[in-house]
Design a protein around this ligand. Structure first.
Ligand code: CTP
Ligand code: CA
Length: 239
């Protein structure tokens, strides 16, 4: 019923959202992962669809329970596992998307090689895992936009989970991150016991193109998603 009351300000827009956390295989049964549940990304996809958008949701290891939030006739869900798979999916979709929101926690590193057989102590103790750096997907999407590989007026939104408790220090890191990545908006969430990962509630601040805090929201992940789309709508979307 709530969705019927949503403004249709995103009608006709094509939106790509990534959610969840990538898993980088170590062997057939083990991986390097993170604590992102995908709840915030799923809520962002849902809020966009409720406002009329056509949404592609690239879901990295998101549980069926969380994905239920994103069950909607205008949301297409594309499940992925690794950062490389997420990159392929996002690049394909972003080429025609008016807005891209990277809410997924993408692994910064992956094991240099995944063992074909399960590692066993019978082969001696495992002393280290060699890591390689993963591509920065969001920075790559920004580079491709600069190179003309995106629709005119495309809006790029990143997310950053920061654990620094001092708000000003957090904002400063977020400002640098937004510039480094070349995106329009960077939503910072405070990853602590009450907010962020694996939680129902979240609290974010959104850093805008001039480095200022253009929006702040706390509450359910649905309420945070609404605030995010309000902040995006303030920017001009599309040609
Ligand atoms: N991101 C990405 N590809 C990566 C890492 C991050 O696309 N390999 C995206 C995330 O989806 C998020 C944004 O970049 O939208 C910020 O992620 P974050 O991990 O905070 O940024 P990093 O550049 O990896 O910085 P840090 O060293 O603090 O982890
Ligand atoms: Ca990172």
């Amino acid at each position: 019923a709530l969705s019927l009351l949503a403004p249709q300000d995103l009608a006709g827009r094509r939106i790509a959202v990534s959610a969840g956390g990538t898993r980088e295989p170590i062997d057939p049964v083990r991986y390097l992962g993170n604590r992102s549940s995908g709840r915030q990304g799923a809520a962002i996809a849902r809020a966009a669809a409720d406002r009329g958008a056509e949404v592609d949701l690239v879901a990295a290891n998101v549980s069926a329970e969380v994905l239920a939030v994103a069950r909607h006739p205008r949301i297409r869900i594309r499940p992925v596992g690794t950062a490389a798979q997420l990159s392929d999916a996002m690049k394909a979709i972003a080429a025609t998307a008016d807005v891209v929101v990277m809410a997924a926690a993408v692994a910064d590193y992956r094991p240099a090689e995944a063992a074909e057989q399960k590692l066993t102590k019978e082969d001696g103790p495992l002393e280290r895992i060699e890591l390689l750096e993963n591509e920065d997907v969001l920075a790559a999407l920004a580079a491709s936009r600069r190179a003309g590989g995106a629709p005119d007026g495309q809006v790029l939104v990143g997310f950053a989970a920061e654990t620094a408790t001092d708000p000003e220090a957090r904002r400063e890191r977020a400002r640098r991150k937004r510039e480094r990545k070349g995106v329009d908006l960077l939503a910072v969430n405070l990853a602590d016991a009450e907010n962020g990962f694996e939680r129902t509630d979240n609290a974010i601040e959104i850093i805008g193109p001039d480095g200022s805090v253009v929006a702040a929201a706390s509450g359910t992940k649905g309420e945070v998603a609404t605030a995010l789309w309000d902040a995006v709508a303030v920017l001009r979307i599309g040609p």
